[in-house]
Design a binder for this molecule. Structure first.
Ligand code: PCA
Length: 215
């Protein structure tokens, strides 16, 4: 049995739930396809301990593919992230009250890593299933970007593909504390992450499909 590792984050910034964890935990222990099992684990929303936990999970499960997920407030689609940058610049403190400003994720590391997942194929598969999705050119500069960078750094050259997906709020979060913000239902997130993961697993070389930004 081969393993695909999915991670989601604990709540942060005074929230009581994090849709990334709510979604991936529902896929924990399920079969992605024949001979491939999904393992879903939670990461702390903290710069230092998220990296430690991620490394423990990689060592413990020896996954054949890894997709980390997190919440991006204000987004209306599943955001398939393209690039992780070697920069921490926290607008708010993390869950351990640490607020790095303009520090490196990995001192001496490359400026950035690209996702090694077939991001365009994943977007296409999601849209064909009626789930809103887009390639995103930035995972921000908070803990999600840090985990994305650390993940790509840890697996660089290993042949194990990995990347990051940001998800929108859940409707209940919007109703409670984020009026007017976009959201997606939990079932849509769960199904979307399953489809995106399956598409990544089944697609070795990404498709060429337009979708860049002119800004
Ligand atoms: N979103 C934050 C950190 C944890 C999460 O779910 C981010 O985008 O950095």
């Amino acid at each position: 049995m081969r393993t695909v590792l999915l991670t989601g984050f604990e709540p942060f910034d005074q929230d009581t739930i994090n849709p990334s964890w709510e979604a991936v935990r529902r896929l924990d222990g399920t079969d992605l396809c024949d001979g491939v099992r999904i393992i879903a684990r939670q990461l702390p929303c903290a710069f230092v301990t998220s990296g430690t936990r991620l490394n423990e999970l990689l060592a413990e499960h020896s996954p054949k593919m890894v997709i980390a997920t997190g919440l991006a407030s204000g987004r209306s689609e599943l955001s398939i992230e393209r690039v992780a940058i070697n920069l921490n610049d926290a607008r708010i403190p993390d869950n351990l009250a640490y607020q790095p400003i303009d520090t490196a994720v990995e001192a001496g590391g490359p400026a950035a890593y690209f996702s090694t997942l077939p991001i365009k194929a994943m977007v296409k598969a999601l849209r064909e299933a009626g789930i809103p999705a887009a390639v995103s050119q930035t995972a921000g500069t908070f803990v999600c970007n840090k985990v994305f960078y650390s993940l790509q750094h840890a697996l660089a050259g290993s042949g194990v593909r990995s990347g990051f997906i940001h998800v929108p709020y859940l409707p209940e979060q919007v109703a409670r504390s984020a009026p007017g913000q976009p959201s997606l239902a939990l079932e849509t997130l769960v199904e979307g992450l399953r489809i995106a993961t399956l598409s990544a697993w089944n697609t070795q070389a990404d498709i060429a499909e337009s979708g860049g930004q002119v800004s």
